[in-house]
Design a protein around this ligand. Structure first.
Ligand code: NOJ
Length: 531
């Protein structure tokens, strides 16, 4: 079997993230839904991606837009029904696409029947399914733990006089993963969806599952500066990356492995040395892919990205872990806005040619950027709760997909008000306008995914960085058997002569032409070469 054929779908394929509220509104209420997604699946398949990951679609009061689940085994009526979901899976599979769901195990909605039962009092059989503490010695909060969305991670239940833990909103109480009944109930959720044909899961905040049992204060973060979000003011040594979390993930993996060819990717914001252990070992595997968010967190700088990639690739090999790369998701500002218009294709090229699984956020393939949301239209609790941090709102990256130049960009019927405003540029920046334009961002994206199909070296080949002779250029090779491709990325705005070691026949240039071998690299150009 060739090396490429040995790769699993989640290694050779691209994961495409859909934020269901914003992809396609079929019902006409201004919010995207499952029937809308199903209708657009042929488009998704045409991109050359392998899997769709849907952000949460389960029953929810939507205080955190679905990341507050009130019933893990049903679909919220806003998105449709279980029948609509089955139809979506059938259509995806017909088109050769895998379906991944967003699994939210750390916390439920406070509307969940389990929490409502827990609120019945200290004697409730579900009380211990959540994390409760008596008030601290001064009669106030149990300790200094903080919510990601600002304020304390504890809310008082006046009826019982105890506080419950929530690392996010007060309406998102943390489940107590130390309780084996909680683990079993949550594992049943995975089985429920796998029996329905789901191929994989993105696991929400998987590195937060367990907390240290001593409930000690977390130490102050010496690097925190006023204006940074409050959550970062302490170091999360007792609420993140606990040894018990690793145990629970091993159990979770065993459940995934009860079914054929399924996978999970874990949401984990940690440095590489703490991130890769989440993949486990060949004997005791954990998540298939621990999300690597470092391209988002790092400055957009060729030399720093080279250093990072060299060490990440080497560490993945040592750890027998498959690498993966992310530029955008529903929690991060659009990468086009981060790196700037000129560098947009350089970034896209990097994402799709490095060794490892790329995840693509909907709309990034057509070059959508952050949409300015006026204060009165802001809906994200992360923004509303932290008015002192102007960039905390995630609304700008969650706006409706821009399909065409009709009213509401073809996302929602004319006359409806979409839940978030459509980007002003939709009349020119949309799928329809880009479909038949060979020089569009969409065509460039498809050219990159085609290149991956045509050159197994891009999927299964080794990675090695090269000296291009300039610090603003990141160059690397991907090699497999006799095939050798070189990727050269100009992070700067000057034309540069490439060193001999990086010459070759141009397979693709981000500027749309086919420069001769050895031709200077133009400002902001990305080029894929064959040697
Ligand atoms: C991480 C998710 O990506 C984010 O959108 C959500 O607000 C939190 N987890 C809480 O579930």
């Amino acid at each position: 079997m060739t090396l490429t054929a040995q790769l699993k779908w989640w290694q050779s394929g691209i994961i495409y993230q859909i934020y269901p509220r914003s992809f396609q509104d079929a019902s006409g209420d201004g919010v995207g839904d499952l029937r809308g997604i199903t209708a657009r699946l042929p488009y998704v398949a045409s991109l050359g991606v392998q899997a769709v990951w849907l952000s949460p679609i389960f029953t929810s009061p939507m205080r955190d837009f679905g990341y507050d689940v009130a019933d893990y085994c049903d679909i919220d009526p806003l998105f449709g029904s279980l029948e609509d979901f089955d139809a979506l899976v059938a259509e995806a599979h017909r088109l050769g696409l895998k379906v991944m769901l967003d699994y939210v195990p750390n916390h439920t909605s406070s509307d969940h029947a389990w929490f409502q039962e827990a609120l019945q009092g200290k004697g409730s059989p579900k009380r211990d399914w959540y994390v409760w503490r008596d008030p601290g010695p001064d009669g106030g909060l149990p300790n200094n733990w903080k919510s990601f969305f600002g304020g304390p991670a504890w809310t008082l239940d006046e009826a019982s006089g105890q506080y419950y833990l929530h690392q996010f909103l007060p309406s998102q109480p943390d489940l107590n993963w130390r309780n084996p009944d909680v683990r079993e109930a949550m594992f049943e959720v995975l089985r429920f969806w796998m029996r329905r044909g789901v191929d994989g899961f993105r696991v929400d905040v998987i590195w937060l599952l367990a907390e240290d049992e001593r409930f000690l204060d977390e130490p102050a973060n010496p690097n925190w500066r006023p204006g940074d979000i409050e959550h970062a003011s302490v170091e999360h040594i007792y609420t993140q990356d606990q040894p018990e979390t690793h145990e629970y993930i091993r159990e979770m993996r065993a459940v995934i492995d009860e079914f054929d060819d399924r996978m999970m990717v874990g949401e984990i914001y940690l440095p590489v040395e703490k991130l890769l252990p989440f993949a486990g070992t060949p004997d005791e595997p954990m998540v298939h892919l621990p999300f690597n968010f470092h391209l988002i967190l790092m400055p957009w700088d060729a030399a720093q990205i080279r250093t990072f990639t060299d060490s990440y690739d080497a560490e993945c090999r040592k750890a027998h872990t498959w690498p993966n790369w992310v530029l955008g998701n529903h929690d991060q500002h659009r990468f086009r806005s981060r790196v700037g218009d000129a560098q947009y294709r350089v970034a896209q090229t990097l994402l799709l040619t490095l060794r490892g699984t790329p995840t693509v956020y909907y709309g990034d393939e057509i070059g959508m950027s952050n949409v300015h949301i006026p204060l009165h239209r802001m809906v994200d609790p992360a923004g509303l709760q932290q008015p002192e941090s102007p960039t905390a709102s995630r609304d700008p990256e969650r706006t409706p997909m821009q399909w065409d130049d009709s009213a509401n960009a073809g996302f929602s019927a004319a006359g409806t008000e979409p839940w978030l405003p459509v980007g002003d540029n939709y009349t020119t920046l949309n799928v329809q306008a880009q479909e038949n334009d060979p020089s569009s961002d969409l065509s460039y994206f498809r050219a990159l995914t085609r290149l991956r199909q045509e050159h197994p070296a891009l999927l299964a080949g080794d990675y090695r960085s090269l000296d291009a002779g300039h610090d603003k250029v990141f160059a690397f090779e991907r090699t497999l058997d006799g095939d050798r491709l070189i990727v050269v990325l100009n992070f700067g705005s000057e034309e540069l002569d490439l060193s001999n070691g990086t010459h070759g026949e141009t397979l693709l240039s981000s500027l749309g032409d086919q420069p001769e071998a050895g031709a200077p690299l133009r400002p902001n150009e990305a080029r894929v070469l064959r040697v």
